[in-house]
Design a protein. Structure first.
Length: 245
C-alpha cells in the first residue's frame, strides 16, 4: 500500500508501528486516469476505497446551464470514498485535474484492519472530520472573504496539505489548476481570478507559473488571506521562510 496513506493519517495523529505495518500491508490495485477526465466516480472499483497516489482531483457539481462549482480539491494522500465505505451509496461527481494515479484497497481488507486497530480507525475518522472542517472554511471564503483573501487562503491551505505528505519542495508546490478551475473553486469569474493573481505576483508574495506556485513569504500571505491553519488539524507543519532580497 502507498506510504502516502500513512503520511496523511499521521499528519493528523500518531500511529503505532504495528498500525503503520498493517496499513502498508493492505493489498491495493493501481488505477490511472488522464487529466481533465470527468465522471471518474463511475469508473472506480466497487467495494474498494481509493487513495490518491499522485496528481489532483476534484469533487464538483454542475448546474443545468453548464456552470460548475468545485466542492473540494483532492491531493496526494487523500482518501476519496470513506463515506461510501461506511454508508454505501454513490460517489459524488469526481474529475481528474491532472494525470491521476490512485490505489484501490478492497473494503473487506480494510474492515478487518479496523476491527483490530482502534488507532487506525480513529485516524481514518479524523480525515473525514478534517474534510468537513475544510468545507466549512471554504464556505466562509465564498460568503465573506474578498477575492484577494480567497486566493491567498486557498494557496496557504493547499501548500500545507501537500507539505504534510512530502509533496512540496521548500516553498514550491504543484497546483495544476487553470484559472477557470480556480474560478470554479472560489466562486469568482475567470477575469477576477486573473487580476487577483496578478496583484499577488506584483506584491512579491508568490509566483505562479506552469502549474507551480512559489510562496515567498508564507506569514504575509496567511495574514492577507485571514488564514489560520487550525482547521486543518495538522500535527506538524513546516512553513517556507521569507526570501531575503
Amino acid at each position: 500500500m502507498t506510504e502516502l496513506l500513512v503520511a496523511r493519517l499521521e499528519s493528523h495523529m500518531p500511529l503505532e508501528q504495528a498500525d503503520r505495518a498493517a496499513l502498508l500491508a493492505l493489498p491495493a490495485q493501481t488505477r490511472q486516469f488522464s487529466a481533465r477526465s470527468s465522471a471518474i466516480a463511475g469508473k472506480l472499483l466497487d467495494n474498494h476505497v481509493h487513495v490518491i497516489e499522485n496528481g489532483f482531483a476534484c469533487r464538483y457539481r454542475d448546474l443545468p446551464d453548464g456552470r460548475r462549482q468545485i466542492l473540494s480539491i483532492l491531493v496526494p494522500g487523500d482518501i476519496i470514498d470513506l463515506r461510501q465505505f461506511v454508508l454505501g451509496g454513490t460517489q459524488p461527481f469526481l474529475a481528474s485535474i491532472s494525470p491521476l494515479s490512485m490505489r484501490a484497497i478492497p473494503n473487506d481488507h480494510l474492515f478487518r484492519l479496523l476491527e483490530t486497530s482502534p488507532r487506525a480507525t480513529r485516524a481514518l475518522w479524523s480525515t473525514t472530520l478534517v474534510e468537513e472542517s475544510i468545507s466549512r472554511e471554504w464556505l466562509v471564503s465564498i460568503g465573506k472573504r474578498s477575492a484577494l483573501e480567497r486566493v491567498a487562503h486557498l494557496l496557504c491551505e493547499i501548500y500545507l496539505r501537500l507539505d504534510a505528505v512530502g509533496h512540496s519542495s521548500g516553498p514550491r508546490f504543484p497546483l495544476p489548476l487553470t484559472q477557470s478551475e480556480l474560478a470554479d473553486v472560489l466562486g469568482l469569474s475567470t477575469v477576477h481570478v486573473n487580476r487577483t493573481l496578478q496583484e499577488l505576483r506584483k506584491s512579491g508574495l508568490i509566483s505562479f507559473q506552469s502549474g507551480i506556485v512559489e510562496i515567498f513569504d508564507f506569514s504575509a500571505l496567511a495574514t492577507l488571506g485571514l488564514f489560520s491553519s487550525g482547521y486543518l488539524h495538522l500535527r506538524a507543519r513546516s512553513k517556507p521562510q521569507p526570501i531575503s532580497a
